[in-house]
Design a protein around this ligand. Structure first.
Ligand code: NQM
Length: 364
């Protein structure tokens, strides 16, 4: 008999996702052992993740690993890992802006950063994309406050705002904001725009796939023909976006676009990459919003926007409401460069304690 191994862990909702938050120091250094521990902790592979803490969906089967940073421009380092519910796989191929919203409160709760004043700033080095974010968390009387009146679509109720700014995420995965060098490409007979402002995303008109773009995520997932076409597109676009063979990667995402229905710039249905998001990811929204501002892209065409230089705010519609992104895109000789991207999320500490994994996975 081997005793179970106990590992210190917090469970947090970050934006519209939920995950386990660990100190890097509490996990094995060896990546293969670390991944085996995380699979056991989440209960993967099993689409219900019944024997672990995962929620049986990519959005609730996530991990944030946080450590103090030695960089002069960051307080903490954050590594995001996607644990697939139904496959024994852990991927670091993407970042996650939703779990990032929980990294600020986690760093303050765990005293990796000392609270200062009513709003504390946590400077985060995002390991997956080698880029920086500033996360502002309410800390009245030196304690993280989770209560407030801020609402985000896709989460019931309201909470304290967590303000996030991205400083340098353009091209952070693919090497360029427009990774193919073009505003439009034809890939697998579809007209697409490939963009990376923090997340590699392939934008395609929903009507090119025979959809309205307003369908429920479950109806799109049930449409085998559309799912197969989207996956073929994703594999081909992945190569064009300098990502190589993306069969086992969680990027690029494919976002199906249609004109806004409720006053937003446009509406989205986003494959992440095999399930359809109930809302849209943070970097996914930032990337689609950026594409809306660049003349000639599929997103710009669907949004029907004229060219705007300077700070703007865009509402990106998704299956459960809106995602509001503030962006500063400038044009030099027609070439777009992105300044700041800013947005608001909420987050909440749900549980703090120890997660147990079988001793056979990581002997105590
Ligand atoms: O795009 C889902 C999510 C995400 C990632 C995904 C995310 C982001 O909603 O920054 O937040 O696209 O895989 O958590």
């Amino acid at each position: 008999m081997t005793a179970q191994r106990a590992i210190a862990c917090s469970v947090m909702r970050g934006g519209t996702s939920k995950g386990l938050y660990f100190h890097a120091r509490d996990l094995p250094e060896d990546v293969a052992t670390r991944d085996a521990v995380l699979l056991a902790a989440l209960g993967s592979p099993d689409e219900r993740e019944i024997d672990g803490m995962g929620g049986g969906h990519p959005l609730t089967s996530k991990v944030a690993i946080v450590a103090p940073s030695r960089r002069p421009d960051a307080d903490v380092e954050y590594l995001f890992l996607q644990v697939w519910p139904d496959r024994a796989e852990v991927s670091d191929s993407q970042n996650c802006g939703n779990l990032l919203a929980g990294v600020g409160p986690f760093a303050l709760e765990e005293r990796l950063v000392a609270p200062s004043g009513d709003v504390s700033e946590v400077r985060v080095w995002m390991v997956n994309t080698r880029s920086r974010a500033v996360v502002r968390v309410q800390t009245p009387e030196g304690r993280v406050n989770y209560e407030g009146t801020t609402t985000i679509d896709g989460v019931p109720g309201s909470g304290a705002p967590v303000e996030i700014e991205f400083l340098d995420v353009a091209g952070s995965t693919c090497g360029a904001l427009l990774p193919t060098g073009n505003v439009v490409d034809e890939v697998t007979d579809l007209r697409v725009t490939c963009v990376d402002n923090g997340m590699p995303v392939v934008c395609v008109r929903a009507d090119e796939l025979g959809l309205s773009g307003y369908e429920e995520p479950s109806d799109i997932e049930a449409n085998v023909r559309v799912c197969e076409r989207v996956e073929r597109l994703r594999l081909a676009a992945g190569r064009l976006m300098n990502l190589g063979d993306v069969t086992n990667a969680t990027v690029p995402k494919v976002s199906l676009l249609a004109p806004g229905k409720n006053g937003g710039a446009l509406t989205t249905r986003t494959f992440i990459p095999r399930r359809v998001h109930d809302a849209i990811g943070v970097f996914g929204a930032v990337s689609v919003a950026t594409a809306c501002l660049i003349p000639g892209t599929v997103a710009n065409e669907v949004a029907g926007r004229s060219v705007t230089s300077g700070p703007v705010t865009l509402d990106i519609e998704h299956p459960s409401g809106y995602f509001t992104v503030a962006l500063d895109v400038k044009f030099t000789a027609g070439e777009p460069t992105v300044g700041l991207a800013a947005l608001v999320r909420t987050a909440r500490l749900l549980m703090r304690g120890e997660v147990f994994v079988p001793g056979s996975v990581w002997p105590p």
